[in-house]
Design a protein around this ligand. Sequence first.
Ligand SMILES: Nc1ncnc2c1ncn2[C@@H]1O[C@H](COP(=O)(O)OP(=O)(O)OP(=O)(O)O)[C@@H](O)[C@H]1O
Ligand SMILES: [Mg+2]
Length: 500
Amino acid sequence: MKKEAILQVNGIYKSFGVVKALKDVSVSFLPGEIHGLIGENGSGKSTLSSIISGIYSCDQGEMILEGKVYKPTSIMDGEKHGICMIVQEMGTIGGITVAANVFAGKEELFSRLGIVNRKAMNRAAQEALDKIGASYIKAENKIDEESFENRKIVEIARAMFNDVKVLIIDETTTALSQKGRELIYQIMNRLKDENKVVIFISHDLDELTEHCNTVTVLRDGVYIKTLYGEEIQPDVMRQLMIGREVQDNYYRDDYEDYRGGEDVITMEDVCTEGGLKHVSFTLKKGEILGIGGLTDSGMHDLGRTVFGLEKCEKGSVYLSSSGEKIQSPQKAIRHKIGYVSKNRDKESILNQSNIMDNICLPSYDKIRQGIYIAPKAERNLAQQESDVLKIKMSSLKQLCGQLSGGNKQKVALAKWLGNDSDILILDCPTRGIDVGVKAAIYKLMDDYRKEGKSILMISEELPELIGMSDRILILKDGMVTKEFKRSRELTESEAIKYMI
Ligand SMILES: Nc1ncnc2c1ncn2[C@@H]1O[C@H](COP(=O)(O)OP(=O)(O)OP(=O)(O)O)[C@@H](O)[C@H]1O
Ligand SMILES: [Mg+2]
């Protein structure tokens, strides 16, 4: 017997000005589906999810939820109907507690005569966190003190508090460590067993193959195909997304004995408030130095510290040649050091500025003639970098905030590639980037290395670390536990041993 769809979207259209984000998209979501939604950056995945969850309304088309017309007026209204979404970007509200985030918009559950009973709210929020296996997050804490990862988990606790029929997870797992991912997979499987629907967006084809029983492909806002069960295979998905055959060997293939150039940056015996404990290493000319570990290992702190965003309580970071210390981002930029943060919206790009300004920002010294900045030089630089990374945009003047997640990430990278940095610190560089462009980014990194520049690559993706690095340092509890040299024999499980 054919199952009745829980949710059906029929003939959906959505435009943003001249951009046609969705064109006549129809998909059925059946009970017990972990339904992958895939497509290149800018293909319309987040737009479709936002329409389903009530963030946007569609221009044309209709949705049917359990046999009835469903037309949510807001995300709260969507939640009331049992449709919840973990958004691609940060979805929590700053300045309030974890508990207040779990129950934002639902304070009436805990209020009498207009006064919110904080204690009861904290208790309920802690229960919600405990229930999803995240008791290590404390409900009464200020949300701002929580890591990016934990804030994502708080969003999940919020979603799961509702009676969820459809849970949408938009490109969240790549921002999480293994622990966070496991937590999400468990929740997905639980919902599947309860005959609910999970709509799962990811660019990680192995992850999709492992966890989804259904996958729908979008290309340029158009529905392409739905795959079931055994049909879900990485090369099939890759071809459907991009529309042509693409190779899957993205990484560099040289393994010759690496000797390394001279030292360019030294971190010496550094301790930080963020949790680094006596960390020492040098980054060499012409090398990609990988940094791996669990999310709270201090790996993200390490990048911030090298860029001068975080203060050394002990020890220092200095240019190996002159001994000059790097204590601020201004100084780092002056010495041609670039930094792409994991926290894209907060630290990497200006969402309220346009693409051109974002890309040119660190390069004004390069393009200025005296005090004059020629608009043409600015445009050329931005155009050139956007072409290299295939940024999908309506024009260079489009606001960054309007770009799809992966395209924002490309702007964050373009900005530093454009300014001829000698040293790049890349924290989760390919987060949210589709398979087609991922290969281009790895190629750029490899070319960069061959030009004698250096990359410090912090990553939670082990295949990427192993595939691209000349050396890998593994961090655990703020300390370096192991150094690996580039080798064909190095496996993920070998690296993980030193992380946990
Ligand atoms: N608020 C907006 N204003 C203008 N254009 C938008 C807006 N939101 C999305 N778009 C455009 O709609 C198209 C689809 O974007 P969407 O965010 O749905 O892509 P996506 O498939 O989620 O991509 P990614 O994998 O990069 O997250 C893109 O061209 C994007 O620039
Ligand atoms: Mg998206």
